[in-house]
Write a protein that binds this ligand. Structure first.
Ligand code: IZC
Ligand code: ZN
Length: 425
């Protein structure tokens, strides 16, 4: 078998060896680390992982690219399983309000927050949405992210939701980053339905869901289940209806107030429950029982500046599989930088660097149902690989606030070189 690319002499190779399922408890510390590692790639596939030299059955040819991994850390392409990628406008005007003590929910209730992004997204053309999101995808790629999840939810009317989802579909087709699409019509209650939110729930179920399913625009359905947004009953109703259309459930749970979101996620067999800053211990235990993945978003907590963070240590102790994401969005988390999330997860959530790598690779791949193809460096898996200009994983966490990425390989092609995107997407 001939290799097209060989990465050798790798100082630390993070393989995430083991089964294609979420890792829990102590498993989260086993990242299958190999010193003096070697990886061989043919086409878009990994054909060998090990240490030292290539085995005899793998040969190189005159065009084989040999990459020297001396002093480098190599990991699976990072997976960001919670983003609000496609949207119009920005919300830097909220910064002064926040510094003056106004809370996230107060801004939303005053007609700002999500609702201001909704009007900017309604006004934007598909081309404008595409160009803005593409810029963010390039930034993500430069930070080592090769697959993401992206939600709608800034339309809140059928046509704008579809517009967002169609842009997501086109980006998935044209940009190297793979995008798993989520329909989130239930992101906020539009002003028009403020006094009759059940009517809006009915529109989501009767009008939006059938169109999204018919055009095959999403694999998941998400709801902002939170005090003042969608109730537990409304969330259950929407996610059950989505299931009838073949959409898998995920939800924004207990982000701000303890609201029963974690419990609901376990009850309905949601794939993930995201945020969980205010989740109850009972909810966490129920999630552990059902294997619901906790997607934690510490950059959002940092940016909301309330000082409250999800209790990652408790979740890991109880056996909840933990993943991490940026929550990239124009309000509560305007950053595409998953490495920043990795520092926060370690220094604030007290996760070890090994747990952090598990959370941004195999566990996040599981949270978007891509664990058979990505999330680990393993023979037969897709060649989505990051080469960090760092001698070990501890260094990546310790030296914070910069981009450690040297190269990114997506489907066996170099798409980032010296930390910069290569070519035009
Ligand atoms: O635009 O504020 N929490 N949704 C739920 C968000 C934050 C995104 C936003
Ligand atoms: Zn979100």
């Amino acid at each position: 078998m001939k290799a097209d690319i060989v990465i050798k002499n790798i100082c630390q190779l993070v393989t995430m060896e083991g089964p294609n399922r979420p890792r829990i408890k102590e498993e989260m510390k086993n990242i299958g680390l190999i010193e003096n590692g070697i990886v061989a790639i043919a086409g878009d596939e990994i054909i060998h992982v090990g240490d030292g030299e290539l085995p005899d059955y793998i040969s190189i040819h005159k065009d084989t690219l040999i990459i020297d991994g001396t002093g480098k850390t190599v990991s699976p392409g990072l997976v960001d399983p919670h983003t609000h990628l496609v949207h119009g406008g920005s919300r830097e005007n909220e910064l002064a309000m926040k510094l003056n003590g106004m809370k996230y929910m107060d801004i939303l209730n005053a007609g700002g927050g999500i609702l201001s992004t909704v009007s900017a997204t309604q006004k934007a053309t598909p081309e404008e949405l595409y160009e803005k999101a593409k810029k963010s995808l390039n930034t993500m790629l430069e930070f080592g992210v090769t697959t993401i999840e992206a939600k709608s939810g800034y339309g809140l009317d059928t046509e704008t939701e579809l517009k967002q989802l169609r842009v997501t579909k086109e980006l998935n087709e044209k940009h190297p980053i793979d995008i798993v699409s989520t329909f989130m019509g239930a992101h906020a209650i539009p002003k028009l339905y403020k006094d009759n939110p059940d009517k809006f729930v009915k529109i989501i179920i009767d009008e939006m869901l059938p169109r999204v399913a018919e055009e095959k625009l999403a694999e998941f359905c998400d709801v902002f289940c939170e005090d003042g947004v969608f109730t537990v009953n409304q969330t259950r109703k929407i996610l059950k209806a989505a299931k009838e259309y073949g959409l898998l459930a995920r939800l924004h749970a207990d982000e701000i107030e303890p609201f029963g979101g974690a419990e609901l996620a376990a009850e309905i067999g949601s794939i993930s429950a995201d945020h969980l800053v205010a989740a109850s211990e009972r909810g966490m235990k129920m999630m552990a029982d059902k294997g619901v993945i906790a997607d934690l978003l510490p950059a959002t907590s940092f940016n909301l500046a309330t000082g409250k963070y999800a209790n990652a240590r408790k979740m890991i102790e109880l056996g909840v599989p933990v993943a991490l994401s940026t929550d990239y969005n124009p309000g509560s988390s305007p950053t595409e930088n998953l490495q920043l999330v990795m520092y926060f997860a370690s220094l604030i959530l007290r996760m070890t660097p090994e747990e952090v790598f598990t959370a941004v690779t195999i566990n996040s791949a599981c949270s978007i149902k891509r664990e058979e193809k990505i999330g680990s460096i393993r023979k037969g898996k897709r060649a989505d690989i990051v080469i960090f200009d760092s001698p070990n994983i501890n260094y990546i966490i310790y030296h914070f606030g910069i981009n450690h990425v040297d190269k990114v390989l997506k489907n066996g092609k170099i798409v980032v070189e010296k930390g910069r995107t290569k070519g035009t997407f």
